[in-house]
Ligand binder design. Structure first.
Ligand SMILES: CCCCCCCCCCCCCCCCCCCCCCCCCCCC(=O)SCCNC(=O)CCNC(=O)[C@H](O)C(C)(C)COP(=O)(O)OP(=O)(O)OC[C@H]1O[C@@H](n2cnc3c(N)ncnc32)[C@H](O)[C@@H]1OP(=O)(O)O
Ligand SMILES: NC(=O)C1=CN([C@@H]2O[C@H](COP(=O)(O)OP(=O)(O)OC[C@H]3O[C@@H](n4cnc5c(N)ncnc54)[C@H](OP(=O)(O)O)[C@@H]3O)[C@@H](O)[C@H]2O)C=CC1
Length: 564
């Protein structure tokens, strides 16, 4: 039997953020591998008109928990939802609940956070920093506590290029920030925010860095570990491939691309797409929980769980894949090669795509192309336009694509909606999408190096059985398979689309392609007609092309007559 699974048997585990993406997968794995655990306490707030119990039932009744219900039929009894709001003093937990938590908890997994990039500093500090401090204070009063696992992000120090598994100091003490936010008003906070966050790209990453510092400062005698995942993606293997449930990170981009809204992006094609499957992160979390409790390392260990250093994939395309567009190459354009530029121009003018125009990069997996190739096999329903992706790292070109590929079609579509008596909505939607994309740009135009000594050390400490059951070795990940399942998962679990609709979606894509070709050809002919009406040089070129074609055809006919 697995040592780690046995360790969690009979334990009382406290999880914050259990209703979130990572939290749900963590609970699922815990129940499935250690059905004899005592109880999982989850700190939950009522939301969207649902009570705590309704939220818990909704989670347990989801497809994610189907296997759990077979292994652990009394799972409902083993979850204890505790009313809590991490934004409030003492988390607004009742005295009785607090007493139970303090006296019974053995392990804490602290996942709750605000992951919005555009949150206010006040709210982000409250949740990502102050709440962490408060939880550590609670933890210090728990006599049975064996380990406190804090979930941070690999991007908490994204202002550095090489990041080690250590806690870096922040320029301003977290305590000073917490104290000053108490008396500063919102207008002043907005003003000083850019000065405070300095070279961090957003409030989220900055407050996660502050959160780590708080963990270090308030650790007392606790057994603490920090886990830093990179971009957490759909499940790889467990409980089944491709499970996702929110629009964060790549998920929203996959939807926007698959539906044909997003067709160009400012991204460095060869930058590493450091996506890490959520089940891999959860396996590491459980292994770290066990290791921290049993081996009690002398200091707080930081574990990176990233993919780039061991099994790199980049945003652009997936090399050596057999899965290609009908014209021989997936619809993915980059200006990183001359062929790519020619291809973009050719594509723009007549929708023609040059075969095999890209240099292939060995040993690196390319996400964009593979995602696009998957849309061929598994198209999303009712796309706005054909899925496509033009990559550019140049701001001017990016603005050009935004105007031509995003704003212009949205305006045309809104005119159509107006003319047919409907409310225009596409321009608004497009503006929102472009705002979201602009927030992600920082992360898709850079690569980072994360050292993974602690993670590798832990892997070597596991028994072969634990390495199998709690696998976090990302070298075994096959990106081609993973991305296909990812796209399928987005379609099934996020968009809730039926697989039976695929033939219809494929037909619609064909229709859109024909409209696209017709539109571009008409545009080309009109432009050309206008040009030869106005310019002698254009007329000469036209005359030259026509006579050349005529001569070529005459020669061809003559040579085939001779052969006969
Ligand atoms: C291996 C797979 C690779 C995949 C590659 C993809 C390739 C695609 C095809 C090729 C195209 C080329 C693309 C290449 C680039 C790919 C880009 C991928 C980018 C990934 C980068 C991520 C970097 C992350 C680094 C840090 C990682 C972390 O540590 S934290 C987690 C990440 N956090 C986030 O992602 C949060 C970002 N989100 C936000 O900050 C905000 O949501 C927003 C600012 C983006 C949007 O705010 P806005 O106010 O406009 O919207 P909002 O009102 O909030 O919501 C709009 C509607 O959506 C609903 N909603 C909101 N959140 C969710 C949710 N989580 N789940 C479900 N629904 C949600 C909300 O209710 C609103 O609905 P309505 O009310 O009905 O309008
Ligand atoms: N997703 C990613 O790509 C990455 C995530 N991480 C880290 O992993 C952790 C989990 O992220 P993820 O699951 O994706 O995030 P989610 O946004 O899916 O989940 C956040 C969780 O925090 C809870 N929460 C937020 N505010 C409060 C509050 N005031 N009181 C109680 N609970 C609250 C949410 O509860 P509710 O359901 O009520 O909103 C939810 O359960 C975070 O610490 C994040 O920084 C790190 C790297 C990448």
């Amino acid at each position: 039997m697995s040592t780690i699974a046995a360790f969690y048997g009979g334990k009382s585990i406290l999880i914050t953020g259990a209703t979130g993406f990572l939290g749900k997968v963590l609970m699922e794995k815990l129940f499935r591998t250690s059905p004899d655990l005592k109880v999982i306490y989850i700190l939950v707030r009522p939301k969207a008109g649902q009570t705590l119990q309704q939220r818990v039932f909704q989670i347990l009744d989801s497809k994610l928990f189907e296997k759990v219900k077979e292994v652990c039929p009394n799972v409902h009894e083993k979850i204890r939802a505790i009313y809590a709001d991490l934004n409030q003093n003492d988390f607004a937990i009742s005295k009785e609940d607090m007493q139970e938590l303090l006296s019974c908890t053995n392990i804490i997994f602290h996942c709750a956070a605000t992951v919005r990039f555009d949150d206010t500093l006040r709210h982000a500090v409250q949740l990502n920093v102050t709440a962490t401090r408060q939880l550590l204070l609670m933890a210090s009063q728990m006599p049975k506590l064996e380990a406190f696992i804090h979930i941070s992000t690999a991007y908490s120090n994204c202002n550095l290029k090489h990041i080690d598994e250590v806690i870096y100091p922040c320029p301003v003490e977290p305590k000073k920030i917490i104290d000053s936010l108490e008396w500063l008003d919102d207008a002043i906070i907005d003003e000083i925010t850019p000065k405070l966050i300095r070279d961090w790209p957003n409030i989220y990453t900055y407050t996660k860095a502050l959160g780590e510092m708080v963990v270090q400062q308030e650790s007392r005698n606790l057994n603490i570990a920090i886990i830093r995942p990179s971009i957490v993606g759909a499940t790889w293997q467990e409980p089944f491939p491709g499970w996702v449930d929110n629009i964060n990170g790549p998920n929203g981009i996959i939807i926007a691309t698959g539906k044909g809204f997003l067709r160009a992006i400012k991204a460095t094609p060869m930058a590493v797409a450091d996506v890490i499957p959520v089940d891999t992160v959860v396996n590491l979390m459980l292994a770290v929980g066990w290791y921290t409790a049993v081996h009690r390392p002398k200091s707080t260990l930081v574990y990176h769980i990233t993919s780039g250093n061991m099994n790199p994939c980049n945003w652009h395309k997936m090399g050596n894949t057999t899965s290609t567009h009908s014209s021989g190459k997936p619809w993915c354009h980059t200006e990183s090669s001359i062929a790519g530029q020619l291809d973009t121009v050719a594509h723009f003018i007549i929708g023609f795509e040059l075969k095999n125009a890209f240099p292939r990069m060995e040993n690196t997996w390319h996400a964009g192309v593979q995602v696009l190739a998957t849309f061929e096999k598994i198209p999303f329903e009712r796309p706005f336009r054909r899925p496509n992706a033009n990559f550019t790292s140049n701001s001017f070109t990016s603005q050009y694509w935004n105007a031509v590929s995003h704003r212009a079609p949205a305006i045309i579509y809104d005119c159509y909606l107006r003319l047919t008596g409907r409310k225009p909505r596409m321009t608004k939607l497009m503006n929102r999408l472009l705002r979201t994309v602009s927030m992600l740009e920082y992360f898709i135009n850079r690569s980072w190096e994360w050292s993974t000594y602690n993670t590798e050390m832990l892997m070597s400490e596991l028994s072969p059985e634990d390495q199998r059951v709690f696998n976090f070795d990302v070298r075994q990940l096959n990106w081609l398979e993973y991305i296909e399942n990812y796209v399928l998962g987005v379609k099934k679990y996020l968009l809730k689309e039926d697989m039976a609709g695929i033939p219809k979606a494929k037909q619609r894509l064909k229709r859109l392609r024909n409209i696209h070709y017709l539109f571009n050809t008409a545009l080309f002919l009109i432009a050309w007609r206008l040009l030869i009406a106005r310019s002698q040089m254009a007329r000469n070129v036209w005359f030259f092309i026509v006579s050349f074609c005529y001569k070529f055809l005459s020669y061809f006919r003559a040579s085939s007559t001779l052969k006969v």
